[in-house]
Design a protein around this ligand. Sequence first.
Ligand SMILES: C[S@@+](CC[C@H](N)C(=O)[O-])C[C@H]1O[C@@H](n2cnc3c(N)ncnc32)[C@H](O)[C@@H]1O
Length: 310
Amino acid sequence: MSDYHIPVLLKESIDALNIRDHGIYVDTTLGGGGHTRAILERNETITVVSFDRDEDAIKQTASLQKEFSERLIIIRDNFANLRTGLALNRIKHIDGILFDLGVSSHQINSFERGFSFIYDTDLDMRMDQSAELTAFDVINKFPFEKLISIFYEYGEEKESGRIANAIVKNREIKEIGTTTELAEIIDRTVFSKQKIKAKARIFQAIRIFLNNELESLKIALEDSVKILHPSGRIAVISYHSLEDRIVKKFFKNEAIDCICPPDLLKCGCDKISTLKIISKKPILPTSTEISQNNRARSAKLRIAEKKEIL
Ligand SMILES: C[S@@+](CC[C@H](N)C(=O)[O-])C[C@H]1O[C@@H](n2cnc3c(N)ncnc32)[C@H](O)[C@@H]1O
């Protein structure tokens, strides 16, 4: 198993794709390549296109690229640009798509990336190292109200106002340059029982905002439906409720035919369903998997299938 990242719900997610001979499958989140490898190994007639916006992920899968050079295409880009990336490789339709959202263990454990408050390092948190905006900019330059809305919306942090206020007061005296400085401000602001959770929520909020994670997911889900062949599957592994809510809502909305108010006698919306939900309830890791890989503890897998649209 790779030190880079242990794949989560591996068998469940590959089974979810219902892989068919000669199909084209997309892994939107290459990471350490665990899922990509498993998809490729499941059927030797298929092609896999894998995306990642992180240069480290692309570099460290060099041996995978070499081993499967005839059947693996790797694209360094945001999966929000799914259709463009595929079109550049002359691919219009696909047979299945997998999302394994969030950050890899490698990203969290690379202290210089600034994703974790455990390490003392610069405030960075970019998944794509070529992006201009960093966590430093957010913390030191964004207005008070914007900080509150980021912490509240993406971290669901009740103390967002007090934390934003403390950040603004501190940065008036001196720039907040490191993860430890930010973590200490949060520690001094919230009550003792909440300190670790508050730091986790604030760091998560900055990361999600900075990397535009939820918007990218919404765009890619919509585009997936447009390019999937009938019976093609979408499988999404999420790690927190903000992501899972988007997936659940999207699948539900795509699986219903009419969205007219119930008191309307005749349907006027002309909406037709595009997906069939395969997993009525999310698939969760077993206790054995969680005991072997703590990162799996919050994972949820949801699956939907493209319908034949007549
Ligand atoms: C949880 S890891 C994937 C791990 C992978 N499934 C494996 O088995 O090793 C998520 C990866 O997706 C990438 N990622 C997250 N959001 C992305 C996006 N919007 N576009 C492209 N890559 C993204 C991250 O850089 C990270 O490498």
